[in-house]
Design a protein around this ligand. Structure first.
Ligand code: SF4
Length: 342
């Protein structure tokens, strides 16, 4: 890809030197849809009636585990495992972490708010690291967009995570009013807490929030933050969040230093035009993506479930979920695409 900008060209060179051409698609897996904070001013949750019992918002066990099995078999990395505080007990979370570790063969990133030290210890055999949903780093802006989600508890978690050899990751949303000079604050934060992974999202203006009529950040604006971080931290794992209306920016974001793509509704749109567009963009950037957003592997899904150590009743339910929520819909998408291309 031709990058007519010195910053972007430099970032591309630094990235290729550190990582070569391979990139990944990452799937974040949610265990519930509720949130006990609920007032971040950019978030869809802030428009929802307050006070719903978090346990009423949780997904079924079979649905969560079916998603892990699907993601693993199409070659996606798991971005993180996340959900609302209080939706599951720590013992139930531990069960999922253990189960996900068995399915994927890899330790997970966990994003469940600031995690207390005893729980870091409890989860540490199954997790690679913890994600702080920090969202932005300028203190004044942070107070405005996350009034009930201060940074200090995440900072404490990051410090304590080191005691259990856990890595630390953070999130950053471009487009909420940050200034370019905030990059220095962000670099200092990454250095201070030895952050090894960052998720750089672009604002999605949600209806009913203060950002409803705000323009989405341009591709160049999102790329600027990625490029700056790539140059400052050549081996930092940088993930770019995109949405179905932003597939055209994927080549640029990868070229300037993103290691992976996420947030795209990959199971709903599997095989469809937007998913095809992403794969084209990966090629334009000269990158090679592990896994696929358009091709379903020919495997025996029942066998994939059978080889796991879960009880028979749970396995039966997982198989049903895989068929109903994933394979049926995706085969429908693939059929639709093949009919259109005849
Ligand atoms: S951003 Fe996260 S913590 Fe804040 S309201 Fe939304 S789901 Fe809750």
């Amino acid at each position: 890809m031709i990058l007519n900008n010195t910053l972007f060209e430099t970032a591309n060179r630094v990235h290729e030197k550190s990582f070569g051409k391979e990139i990944a698609f990452e799937r974040a897996i949610f265990f519930s849809w509720g949130c006990s904070i609920g007032d971040c001013t950019f978030c869809y949750m802030s428009t929802q009636p307050y006070g719903k019992n978090p346990q009423e918002t949780r997904r079924t066990t079979e649905s969560i585990l079916a998603e892990f099995i699907f993601a693993k078999n199409v070659g996606w990395d798991i971005g993180f495992f996340t959900g609302g505080i209080g939706a599951f007990t720590p013992e139930e979370i531990e069960f999922f972490l253990k189960a996900a570790y068995e399915i994927t063969g890899e330790k997970l990133w966990l994003s469940v708010g600031p995690i207390a030290k005893p729980l870091l210890k409890k989860y540490s055999p199954y997790i690679r690291g913890v994600v702080g949903s920090t969202e932005t780093i300028n203190p004044d802006l942070h107070k405005k967009v996350c009034p009930s989600k201060p940074l200090a508890p995440y900072e404490k978690m990051f410090r304590e995570a080191k005691e259990f050899d856990l890595e630390c990751a953070m999130t950053f949303i471009v487009g909420m009013g940050e200034k370019k000079e905030d990059i220095e604050l962000l670099k200092d934060f990454i250095q201070e807490y030895a952050i090894t992974k960052i998720h750089i999202y672009g604002l999605i203006p949600q209806k009913g929030t203060m950002f409803e009529n705000v323009a989405i950040p341009t591709a160049e604006e999102q790329a600027w933050w990625i490029a700056q971080l790539r140059i400052a931290f050549p081996t930092l794992d940088i993930q770019c969040g995109i949405w179905e209306d932003r597939t055209a920016r994927v080549a640029l974001l990868l070229s300037v230093g993103a290691n992976s793509i996420s947030k795209f509704q990959a199971t709903k749109l599997f095989g469809l035009k937007q998913a095809q567009d992403i794969e084209t963009q990966v090629k334009i950037a000269g990158r090679i993506m592990r896994g696929s957003l358009t091709k379903l592997p020919q495997i025996d899904w029942e066998k994939e479930v059978e080889k796991l150590s879960f009880d028979e009743d749970l396995k039966k339910k997982i198989k049903e979920k895989l068929q109903k929520d994933y394979l049926k819909r995706i085969n429908h998408n693939l059929k639709k695409v093949s009919v259109l291309s005849i």
